[in-house]
Design a binder for this molecule. Structure first.
Ligand code: ATP
Ligand code: MG
Length: 431
């Protein structure tokens, strides 16, 4: 097959229906086959759509009929043929083939690509490359691409600079223990669990910075909302407190969702998702505690429970709920205190689940040392981080949103693994 010639001459299947072209060259995957006496039907699918190829034994070349008779589902073929009107064919048009070339023959399929409901998620993930033949699955990742592009566009319009940060670090960035160890020559190193410290250092000179950053967390739990490798949409801004960056986050998510509504209409339809641009609601942690007490929903003294997040989703549908004035004991050491007991940290809840944590950071070295000690951590382990604030560091704030978490919630997916191309969890390293 001359692929350069094909690139010039090929028509996308959707254009068969919108353009009036008589002789066409198309390529794609064999979606379905059917035979009826002396006729062979074949549905051909490419990235843009599906069309019926109809071969009558007495009308098409012998070799073409033979291929149509034998070809297995999901095999890849080239078809040159004539477009004809047809009342019975899906979309009202079909192709009468003059030539078919087999580009790749598919083995017997281990999962049913036609009927999505027949295979459990773990098996589908074992064959993710084949799972991705499904248009429904492609829709998820086309929308994820829009999320990433929307994030970039929004941030560039805000005047932020996109940054690339290191993924191998010498010690924990947050003092937690859930780190994957890596061998780094003679030293022990770790895979990054967030770009927190780096984006802070950068905001202290570049003012507004953002990144799409991969993080690794060696948490052993197996839930529908956690992965061991995930990607984060990160933002950090100088001369800002938590309210300044909550507003940026609200506008950012709205921008992304508007963009999906504009650019992914068909994808949303094929997923059956009714999406709305969310509203915004601000509540203090104490207010949320009161609401939960009245509804008899348990929650921690310094953290929301999963049930409390769910309740917020029910009470405020299609709303980004910002919970601020968070108890300092429930936030990491680098979050700025607000009085004795509270902090300038917040969580954002959307459709009943956390999509983001953020807040104003501590930019004062002495205060950082004090907070580290209060958290039972050793300031000397964070020396280079603390020192970075000794030479003119402005007050600053920021947040991080999980890309897969946000995708899952926007599309009402039942499991975060559905929103990750190749998920890494406790049991999965392949494919
Ligand atoms: P959660 O309470 O949901 O476990 P977290 O508070 O531990 O999340 P943060 O450290 O605040 O998470 O991370 C910022 C954002 O990154 C979260 O709001 C979430 O959207 C996403 N995120 C965090 N951990 C994971 C994970 N293990 N897998 C996928 N996304 C995650
Ligand atoms: Mg959090």
């Amino acid at each position: 097959m001359d692929l350069q010639k094909l690139t010039k001459n090929r028509l996308l299947i959707k254009d068969i229906f919108s353009k009036n072209k008589k002789n066409v060259e198309i390529v794609g995957w064999v979606h379905q086959t059917r035979s009826l006496g002396k006729i062979r039907f074949l549905l051909l699918r490419d990235i843009s759509g599906i069309v019926q190829i109809t071969g009558l034994k007495t009308k098409v070349p012998g070799k073409v009929f033979e291929i149509m008779d034998k070809i297995s589902r999901e095999s890849v073929i080239y078809v040159r043929g004539e477009v004809v009107e047809s009342k019975q064919a899906p979309g009202g048009k079909e192709i009468i083939p003059n030539e078919i070339e087999v580009l790749a023959t598919a083995d017997e399929l281990p999962i049913d690509v036609l009927d999505f409901s027949k295979t459990e998620l773990p098996k589908r993930l074992d064959y993710r490359f084949l799972d991705l033949h499904r248009r429904r699955i492609q829709a998820i990742f086309r929308i994820q691409s829009t999320i990433i592009q929307g994030f970039r566009e929004f941030m560039i319009k805000e005047g932020a600079v996109e940054c690339a940060f290191p993924s191998i670090i010498s010690s924990s960035s947050e003092g937690g223990t859930e780190l994957f160890e890596a061998k780094y020559f003679e030293k022990k190193a770790y895979l990054s669990q967030s770009c927190q410290l780096y984006k802070q250092m950068l905001a202290c000179s570049m003012e507004k910075v953002f990144a799409l950053f991969t993080v690794w967390r060696a948490e052993k739990h197996n839930t529908i909302r956690h992965l061991n490798e995930s990607r984060q949409l990160d933002y950090e801004q100088a001369f800002a407190d938590e309210f300044v960056v909550m507003d940026v986050l609200a506008r950012c998510v709205k921008y992304i969702i508007k963009k999906i509504l504009e650019e992914n209409k068909e994808d949303l339809e094929s997923l059956g998702v009714k999406l709305k641009v969310p509203k915004t609601k601000y509540l203090t942690f104490a207010e949320v505690s009161d609401i939960m007490k009245k509804s008899k929903i348990p929650m921690g003294k310094d953290d929301l429970s999963g049930e409390a997040e769910k309740k917020l989703g029910e009470l405020f549908p299609d709303t980004i709920v910002f919970v601020h004035d968070w108890p300092i004991s429930g936030k990491p050491f680098y979050i700025m205190p607000k009085g004795e007991k509270l902090s300038r940290g917040f969580d954002a809840i959307y459709k009943g689940m956390e999509i983001s944590s953020g807040g104003q950071r501590i930019h004062i070295p002495e205060l950082l040392e004090k907070r580290l000690k209060e958290k039972g951590l050793k300031p000397k382990d964070f020396k280079s981080y603390i020192d970075s604030f000794r030479y003119g560091a402005p007050p600053h704030a920021g947040w991080g949103v999980g890309l897969e978490r946000l995708t899952m919630l926007i599309l009402d997916l039942p499991n975060i693994r559905e929103a990750c191309l190749f998920p890494r969890d406790r049991d999965r390293l392949v494919p």
